[in-house]
Design a protein around this ligand. Structure first.
Ligand code: WT7
Length: 652
């Protein structure tokens, strides 16, 4: 019997060495791995010194009551002071913190000195509204600078923020307001989305009514100028209240373990989980990883993360990591195809962006739109490219490096989660010889491995479950109000280890490849096959831009592989191509992985953060009524896909 929990089928031989000049001047060298391996806690204690502490911590980790960690427990700091004031005090007040680019084309640049004034005024405004240390503030906003300012203002006075993505419904907002018992909601009249003002305030009115009384005030930023209902007792305009505050606010120091924010992850089932992050450890690891993984040079780099602040990527790599490091960054309000499909590249050219951090879903969309679009812009300022959110198919990785990075820039595929708070597994751009499609190695100070069903570490070449074997500074501390669920969800599958819910394999060098959520793994004739590997094999065919693969119940094989593919611009959709794609997968991964059916479609169902919803595709493939579609970006996509489904399947 094999102890392999997940088959290892894909072989990828391409390798890319770090550029010599980047390696020569890199922030981090290979020594960091050795140093951290020799003294993990000493390594993190040293990284904590990149922050300004009101009281330096003397203790690094208390792990006496696992899995409830305390990092830098006796230290005290103010997170907003670290992200703003200290850069002004160091003489960098004139440095731009945020270049804001609105979707309609309006733009403004905010220096660190201006940011300090705005955050201080907003902090004073929250105090005037009665918000105090230990309270919760809900934030439901478009991608505008006031969103970051609101988060930092809450942090500055010791109130935890709970940012709810602006695309979520009033019901979703109400559940989150209620669960966290938020006192104040910060919102805007609306934001710009695909060329139109898109309202936010009506959903807040609805949600506040549904949340039944926890909310005392709603603070409203004027962004679009659209008409909104206004409750004179409860609602206040941001420009009026914040505008008349003093720009003086003395930050108070809080304990390192003081709550910084709650961020809800929906997961696949059940009530959303309020992931709780605290201050000192979280800021240490976000600042360190942002500096190390992107090789950030704050004096010269222009950094751009395209995520929404409503996701953890926006929290850690738009707000906290970059600002703690004194970086200059771009913040963009809108979508990549408004008003044209070259919008991202126009922004890179305009601000001379040098570090770009985006998601595989965006990269595959750009591949589909065609190479000629980015080719029209000057992207020569780019020097590091990052990816996050899903496994990146090797072909998409190579496309990204070649078409965006001029076949010159390193690509760093960063694995982490809302729960981990910061990057955990990633190449280092000045050190790692990269492999397209692999996140490769745990970062210095991080311990991760792959285990089988019995929690034994798999040998190189084997597949199984990704686990984290030692606590890390930015780890979630619990699920808000539900310690038991925290234990059950993450710490019960493998004793003493954090189970991330992802499948992974180790290659012959011991490098880690992520294989998707274990719930998506297919069982075909007794073999566990990862959706990621079959999808990557499909995307490696020149006709395919994007693929989603599911296992559908099958009488003979247990599950049969069904693939949904989006073709590249020029590919013709016919039976010959379908046969060719099936053969291509068979030739790449072996006959066991050959899809039973391949269905070309125009779009795939995705969550609002861009992850493919395979659960819904499974419903379609098994001719079931569709499950819950409320988290889809666009529910008409499913109708289109269902209409494509042939009544009989193609067979070997
Ligand atoms: C899940 C976490 C991390 C910020 C955005 C998503 C998947 C994330 C990668 C990657 C393969 C990845 C995993 C993970 N994921 N990054 N580089 N390679 N898979 O945060 O919404 O909490 O999702 O996203 O499945 O568990 P999240």
């Amino acid at each position: 019997m094999s102890n392999e929990s997940l088959a290892n089928l894909l072989k990828e031989e391409r390798r890319f060495a770090p550029p010599a000049d980047l390696a020569a001047n890199a922030n981090v060298t290979a020594e960091a791995y050795e140093q951290a391996a020799a003294d993990r806690l000493g390594f993190w204690a040293e990284q904590a010194r990149r922050l300004s502490w009101a009281k330096e911590p003397t203790k690094t980790l208390d792990w006496s009551n696992p899995p409830f960690a305390k990092w830098f427990e006796d230290g005290e700091l103010n997170v907003a002071y670290n992200c703003v004031d200290r850069h002004v005090e160091a003489g960098n007040g004139d440095r731009v913190a945020i270049h804001f680019e609105g979707e309609p084309g309006d733009s403004r640049s905010i220096t660190y000195a201006e940011l300090k004034d705005e955050v201080s005024k907003a902090a004073n405004a929250l105090l005037e509204l009665g918000v105090r240390k230990g309270d919760r503030v809900a934030i439901y906003m478009p991608m505008i600078p006031e969103t970051a300012i609101a988060m930092l203002a809450a942090a500055r006075i010791g109130a935890a923020h709970s940012v709810v993505f602006g695309g979520f419904s009033a019901d979703a907002l109400a559940t989150r307001i209620k669960d966290a018992d938020a006192k104040v909601v910060i919102t805007a009249d609306g934001g710009y989305r695909r060329g139109q003002p898109s309202a936010l305030k009506p959903a807040v009115d609805d949600a506040v009514a549904k949340a039944e009384g926890t909310v005392e005030h709603v603070l409203v930023v004027r962004r679009t100028g659209q008409d909104v209902a206004f409750d004179a007792e409860r609602d206040v305009w941001w420009d009026e209240l914040v505008g008349r505050q003093s720009a003086e606010h003395t930050p108070e120091a809080f304990d390192a373990e003081h709550p910084l924010f709650i961020l809800y992850t929906s997961g696949t089932t059940g009530k959303p989980k309020g992931i709780l992050h605290t201050s000192g450890g979280y800021l240490t690891q976000t600042a360190y990883t942002h500096w190390a993984v992107f090789d950030l040079k704050p004096e010269t780099d222009v950094y751009w993360c395209t995520a929404d602040v409503g996701w953890v990527t926006g929290h850690s790599y738009i707000v906290y990591g970059p600002l703690a490091n004194g970086a200059t960054q771009v913040m963009y309000e809108g979508t990549p195809d408004t008003p044209h499909q070259g919008r991202f590249w126009e922004i890179v050219e305009k601000y001379r962006v040098s570090i770009l951090y985006t998601a595989p879903t965006a990269i595959r969309t750009f591949m589909k739109w065609g190479d000629e679009i980015p080719a029209q812009f000057d992207l020569s300022s780019l020097r590091v490219l990052g990816s996050v959110g899903e496994p990146i198919n090797p072909e998409a990785w190579v496309w990204y490096r070649k078409n965006i990075g001029a076949d010159r820039t390193p690509v760093v595929d960063t694995w982490w989660q809302t729960e981990t708070g910061a990057m955990m597994i990633s190449p280092l751009p000045g050190v790692t010889e990269t492999k397209p499609g692999s996140a490769q190695r745990p970062l210095p100070g991080i311990s991760a491995t792959v285990v089988d069903d019995e929690a034994n570490e798999v040998p190189n070449g084997g597949g199984g479950y990704l686990v984290l074997t030692e606590p890390w500074p930015s780890m979630l501390r619990t699920i808000w109000g539900d310690d038991q669920r925290f234990l059950d969800t993450y710490w019960s599958r493998f004793e003493g280890k954090y189970f991330a819910g992802d499948g992974a394999k180790k290659d012959d060098d011991g490098d880690i490849w992520l294989l998707g959520r274990v719930d998506d793994v297919m069982l075909v004739s007794g073999h566990n096959i990862s959706t990621t590997e079959v999808e990557s094999a499909l995307v490696s065919h020149p006709a395919v831009a994007e693929a989603a693969v599911v296992g559908a119940a099958d009488e003979t094989t247990g599950q049969a592989i069904v693939a949904f593919v989006i073709l590249r611009g020029s590919a013709a959709e016919d039976e010959k191509l379908v046969a060719e794609l099936r053969d291509h997968v068979g030739a790449t991964l072996g006959p066991i992985a050959k899809p039973k059916r391949v269905l070309p479609v125009a779009e795939l169902p995705k969550t609002r953060s861009g992850k493919i919803m395979r659960r819904l595709l499974r419903d379609v493939a098994e001719n079931r009524r569709l499950g819950d579609v409320t988290t889809l970006t666009d529910s008409t996509v499913m109708t289109l896909i269902q209409s494509k489904l042939p009544s009989s399947s193609s067979e070997d």
